[in-house]
Design a binder for this molecule. Structure first.
Ligand SMILES: [Zn+2]
Length: 167
């Protein structure tokens, strides 16, 4: 995703040498460099006391595949705040504890996804209007329903391989 114009003043950006970062798009008027940093988000495996996992379907993401809870880190939040907020917003459930697992770079949209495992107590879902379907899955069924090669599946497998250490 290339930025050609300043988001503050609208000036066309030029390339400028910035420290050891190389040639970076730069607004001469605002003296502002535009680094191509990825947008930070969280991706969360949510698991309950019966070892069931939450998967959800969001038609605007995919009509055919189930996925994990995900969301952008917003201004003023650390990653853990986002984990707690997104789980609450998308499922209605309260996170009791969480563990960081691994991070993934999604190159298509230039996202840095921070992967967590979050523990919740089983309860009725209160789903967000952004969520079209939501359900509990056994660990084996969850693996079958996550898209092959997706970040969600990679995180899920990483979380499960470390699951016993994390209990
Ligand atoms: Zn500018």
């Amino acid at each position: 995703m290339d930025i050609n114009y300043c988001q503050v003043c609208g000036e066309k950006l030029t390339l400028k040498q910035i420290g050891d970062e190389g040639m970076i798009p730069f607004c001469e008027t605002c003296q502002k460099p535009y680094f191509k940093s990825p947008a930070p988000c969280v991706l969360v495996v949510v698991i309950n006391e019966y070892n069931e996992v939450v998967l959800l379907k969001q038609d605007y993401v995919s009509k055919t595949h189930w996925g994990l809870i995900a969301g952008f880190i917003t201004e003023g939040e650390n990653a853990e705040d986002t984990v707690i907020r997104e789980v609450k917003e998308e499922t209605g459930l309260n996170v009791k504890s969480y563990k960081y697992i691994s991070s993934y770079h999604q190159s298509q949209r230039n996202l840095l996804m921070l992967g967590y495992l979050a523990h919740v107590q089983k309860a009725e879902f209160i789903k967000s209007c952004e969520v079209d379907q939501i359900n509990w899955f056994s660990i084996n069924d969850a693996i079958l329903n996550l898209r092959e090669g997706s970040m969600g599946k990679q995180l899920f497998e990483a979380a499960m391989s470390r699951f016993e250490d994390l209990l």
